[in-house]
Design a protein around this ligand. Structure first.
Ligand code: FAD
Length: 487
């Protein structure tokens, strides 16, 4: 069986990768305080496949009978999409928190590319073969696969300046072994993943200029490859108490600035090269599958908002007030709105150009906008319901100090809730809504798949508005020639 265990995953990270954080070159990443909590989370995910009660939900069989992670088997039926949802929910239930970039979300970008394999075959048959090979390999080897799209950008007018001058990631050399690339990408989880699908996301590829060709490349990069440097941001959970910061200390996902300093990408890992058509295609279809797994995480975040608000108002008796019930209802509307989009996206799933089953694109992309654009308002509503104690509660060590216990008990316990239990709920609420980690999460959600304007573009491009045009043509008794075909 190809499924990795948690310990095999930890050991596999000792591949000489060059990781930097807080002014230090990291030597044993699995034990380093910045990375250990999230590596433990990923290791736990690997181990779930070996536990009888989880096996059915978290694994799947390939056509030849090989057992692989459920997250890595491409969907071919609506039942497969339901099984992917069940997989994500099972994993998050066991973990007791929300993690995004743990493999199942990012594999979808490979499936999007698979859908273009016929077009790629026309350009070069080996590229199409490489895509199929890698989709199969990821599943059979159970590798932790992530995704790198975003170049750090500076002055937009100087972004694209030819083969050797550009700041965007590009090919600087081709040789008999492969392509040599130079540039940088932002990538969450790269430092503790095995490989990334690297591709461009900006530029007007349709412009079709030959000078753009060195930038139009997509490939699989080994995260331990010579010349690759992981420059990581400081963890927001390290050196914090796990009672006071119960989310940040367990689920902090570390973002990396990945530097490609003349990294050799072997030909078998090249998925497209000098192909403006492929760059344009992947740009427009990138989240066809992965948005489903992404929005499932936002649904879980909505669940945590609702649960936190409810427990807080119930402990203080505020649920008796109609105005408070109405606010809770808004949170329920939000939660169920996301749930409805996801459920309907599976019920109305569509066959993709490559023969896979993709969630209904319009319902998925409108669901993503609904989930993300309403999140800050819903978090604020939860903040309002939790009240000011969210911001003023002393930490757990202070609340446990015997010298002040009688005051703590008097002013912090309420009904069946001891001061300690109440403190724990408030610390959870703080880490969900107010801590540095909470702020970082909100920014992650805003940008990590794509910025809001690009999400709206996905909505625009996936909705077929011909029925609406036709309704108005009919109702306004318009001649066909007057139709708004350029909408
Ligand atoms: C926490 C975090 C984690 C991330 N993880 C990953 C990852 O795992 N993999 C990855 O590839 N990337 C990742 N990213 C990068 C993310 O995809 C980018 O931040 C995002 O695509 C926006 O790009 P940018 O930051 O360069 O912003 P810019 O492109 O500079 O855009 C900033 C703003 O300018 C405006 N703007 C820019 N261009 C346009 C336009 N054409 N039309 C209208 N408005 C425009 C918009 O308001 C936009 O939000 C992550 C980002 C964050 C914050």
């Amino acid at each position: 069986m190809a499924l990795m265990t948690g310990n095999q995953y930890r050991e596999s990270l000792n591949d000489g990768r060059e990781v930097y954080v807080d002014g230090e070159r990291v030597t044993n990443i699995a034990e380093h305080p910045t990375f250990k909590p999230i590596i433990d989370v990923k290791a736990r995910m690997y181990d779930l496949a070996y536990e009888p009660q989880y096996k059915e939900a978290v694994t799947a069989r390939l056509d030849d009978g090989e057992i692989v992670s459920r997250g890595y088997k491409a969907p071919k039926t609506k039942e497969d999409l339901t099984a992917i949802r069940n997989y994500v929910e099972t994993v998050l239930d066991d973990l007791g928190g929300v993690v995004y970039r743990v493999g199942d979300e990012t594999i979808g970008e490979m499936w999007s590319l698979y859908d273009a394999k016929d077009k790629l075959k026309e350009i070069d048959p080996t590229y199409a073969e490489n895509i199929e090979h890698h989709i199969d390999r990821i599943a059979r080897k159970d590798v932790f696969h992530v995704s790198a799209n975003t170049d750090p950008k500076g002055d937009r007018s100087k972004l694209f300046s030819g083969k050797d001058g550009g700041t965007l990631l590009h090919v600087v050399e081709e040789n008999d072994k492969g392509i040599v690339v130079k540039g940088a990408k932002f990538e969450t989880a790269a430092a503790y993943a095995h490989q990334a699908f690297v591709k461009p996301t900006i530029l007007n590829w349709e412009a079709g200029e030959e000078s753009m060709a060195p930038f139009a490349c997509g490939f699989i990069a080994d995260m331990g490859a010579p010349g690759l440097k992981h420059i990581c941001r400081t963890s927001l959970g390290t050196n914090k108490d796990s009672t006071d910061y119960p989310i940040a200390t367990k689920f902090e996902e570390i973002d990396t600035l990945l530097i490609f300093d003349h990294v050799l990408i072997p030909w078998e890992n090249v998925l497209f090269h000098r192909s403006l058509a492929s760059a344009a295609y992947i740009r427009s279809t990138l989240h066809r599958y992965s948005a489903f797994n992404y929005v499932l995480r936002v649904l879980r975040r909505a669940d945590y908002l609702l649960g936190t608000a409810l427990l807080n108002v119930e402990q203080t008796g505020l649920t008796k007030l109609q105005a408070v019930k109405e606010k809770i209802s808004q949170l329920i509307n939000y939660r169920e709105g996301i749930n409805a989009h996801l459920t309907a996206a599976v019920a109305n799933a569509e066959v993709s150009p490559g023969g896979l089953m993709m969630p209904n694109q319009s319902l998925l992309y409108t669901g993503r906008v609904f989930a993300l654009s309403n999140f800050p308002a819903m978090a604020h509503l939860t903040r309002e319901l939790v009240g000011g104690q969210l911001a003023v509660t002393p930490d757990s060590t202070t609340l446990a100090d015997p010298a002040i216990q009688k005051y703590v008990d008097t002013y912090y316990s309420v009904g069946d809730w001891s001061a300690e239990e109440r403190g724990k709920l408030l610390y959870f609420a703080r880490d969900l809504l107010n801590s540095s980690y909470a702020g970082h999460r909100t920014t992650f959600e805003l940008f990590a798949q794509s910025p809001p304007f690009a999400q709206q573009m996905a909505v625009f491009n996936s909705f077929d508005a011909e029925a609406q045009r036709e309704m108005v043509r009919k109702a306004a008794v318009l001649k066909p020639a007057v139709s708004l075909t350029s909408l």
